[in-house]
Design a protein around this ligand. Structure first.
Ligand code: GLU
Length: 515
């Protein structure tokens, strides 16, 4: 079998069907293609597979492209990036498929098939009843070309069926090793569908029916000079048909890598039922592109052991590190499990690593859209510098950018009810004394407070109440912020100022029956 030369420039493609949103599993396919192209100094092509006219929409295509841009993944050629092998939308390549289908007809490697869907279904049922594989029975193989042309002239309709060679098909998959499909398991298969009246009227398939997926993909991969096909495992069963077509058309066969499945936490294929799958929703919730890509890169791929990430954590890998170390050798055969907790943890890691001003920029729209009026109005009233300090204080206590307005609400003077954990802190017998001593220490100080003031206040309250550890810090935290958990007091108190803290202390005292 003719293989693509290994020293050629690597050309890979991501080929989504625009029939909905961009699935996170699809992003993993895109990511591995992108990493491979970048690692090898090659090119990534975006091809829109929109031959299913009923299900494909331009809105879906636009949404997918905007999510790809949102993830900060660039491609070299695509519908919005002209290149030498366009057009990059299958619906705009109908004439090309028709030409290649005719080439196969003329070479005697394909034939017109006049069988109707009902006939095919009936024959399949009979074959299955007899315990035989339901392969095409060859009825139209026997129809001569002259006879077929005459029937077409008469108005009969036909699709084109490929004459599948009766031989083993073996190929070397970069993930799965040698994969063999035995002779006699693949029957003659359709490469263009029987055209409908409407398609013929509109001249849609250039006089022929719409191309079938396996055929369009082969023609495109060949003409777009794709030499490595990295795609989901579910396409493995299509590969022998595609190899037959590459060979029949005289094209080199690309190298294949079929990537392991991504499973949900229930170990079923990741789907809407067992998790969120819309990339758009992830981005909208405030998952950071870098965190998403880092997380997805570890679903079915292992970095080389010698990589020592600059983050200091073995699983936190920068884009540059991923690009530098990505190779097909690291792809795993075993299915990968999408662990939501791990993704949240990674996202929190990436948020923490950003500067206050970077977080402020990402978070501002979420603050402006907050349902808490104090927050939505407060963010407009206060300066950018203030928002940046707020982000410095709270960025360590969230997993998602969208959680920041809630986490920072107390800094905007938003008055919420105390939650169960805050109430529990205040129910400790010594909590009342700590809160009162805290109030007194604040009253003795100026409006503007520094980190040093906070340390002094803590010492003073500790000495006065003979409390220490959690029994000292937790009631002070709840008194100052209304929350049992959150950012460090030394960051929060200077932001709130003395009056801001005293206001909250008063509220808490009232709730404790102390005021
Ligand atoms: N359009 C196909 C899909 O969305 C991908 C085809 C391929 O990678 O060969 O599943």
């Amino acid at each position: 079998m003719a293989l693509a030369p290994s020293d050629a420039e690597v050309r890979v493609r991501f080929a989504p069907s625009p029939t909905g949103y961009l699935h996170v599993g699809g992003v993993r396919t895109l990511l591995f293609n992108w990493l491979y192209a970048k690692n090898r100094g090659g090119k990534l092509i975006l091809r829109i597979e929109d031959t299913d006219q009923k299900r494909s929409t331009r809105e879906s295509e636009q949404l997918m492209m905007s999510d790809i841009h949102g993830l900060d993944i660039d491609y070299d050629e695509g519908p919005d990036k002209p290149g030498p092998y366009g057009p990059y939308r299958q619906s705009e390549r109908m004439g090309i498929y028709a030409d290649h289908a005719r080439k196969l007809l003329d070479a005697g490697k394909a034939f017109y098939c006049f069988c109707t869907d009902e006939e095919i279904t009936r024959k399949r049922e009979v074959a299955m009843k007899m315990g035989k594989q339901p392969l095409y029975d060859g009825t139209c193989r026997k129809v001569s070309r002259a006879e077929a042309d005459a029937r077409l002239k008469k108005g009969d309709k036909a699709g084109i069926r490929f004459m599948a060679p009766d031989q083993d098909i073996a190929f070397d998959d970069a993930v799965r090793g040698t994969v063999t499909f035995k002779a006699g398991t693949i029957g003659d298969f359709m490469i263009t569908r029987t055209p409908t009246d409407e398609e013929l009227e509109k001249g849609l398939g250039d006089g022929l029916g719409m191309p079938v997926y396996n055929f369009a993909v082969v023609v495109d991969d060949a003409l777009m000079k794709i030499n490595h096909v990295l795609r989901a495992e579910e396409h493995l069963a299509n590969t022998p048909k595609q190899i037959m077509l590459f060979e029949a058309l005289g094209f080199p066969v690309p190298k294949f890598a079929h990537m392991a499945m991504v499973l949900g936490s229930d170990r079923q294929k990741l789907s809407k039922r067992n998790g969120d799958t819309s990339t758009h929703d992830y981005l909208a919730k405030g998952f950071l592109p870098d965190a998403m890509l880092n997380f997805l890169s570890l679903l079915g791929w292992w970095p080389p052991a010698e990589l020592k990430p600059a983050s200091g954590h073995p699983e936190i890998l920068s884009r540059a590190e991923l690009i530098r170390t990505f190779s097909l050798d690291g792809l795993q055969k075993a299915a990968a499990v999408f662990d939501m907790q791990k993704l949240l943890w990674m996202n929190s890691f990436y948020i923490k690593a950003l500067s206050g001003s970077e977080v402020a920029k990402l978070a501002r729209p979420y603050f402006e859209a907050s349902e808490l009026p104090a927050v939505a109005e407060g963010v407009k009233k206060n300066s950018e510098a203030w928002l940046i300090s707020v982000m410095e204080a709270v960025k360590g206590s969230v997993n998602l950018i969208s959680e920041l307005p809630q986490a920072a609400a107390f800094l905007f003077g938003a008055e919420g009810e105390l939650d169960a954990s805050a109430k529990e802190v205040l129910s400790q017998p010594t909590a009342g004394d700590v809160v009162k001593a805290f109030e007194a220490a604040l009253q003795a100080r100026p409006e503007k407070l520094t980190e040093q003031d906070v340390a002094d206040i803590q010492k003073e309250v500790g000495a006065k109440t003979s409390s220490k550890g959690k029994l000292l810090f937790m009631p002070m935290r709840v008194a100052a912020t209304g929350q049992a958990h959150g950012p460090e007091l030394k960051l929060v108190i200077p932001l709130l100022g003395r009056e801001g803290v005293l206001k909250r202390v008063n509220l808490v005292k009232r709730q404790m029956g102390l005021a």
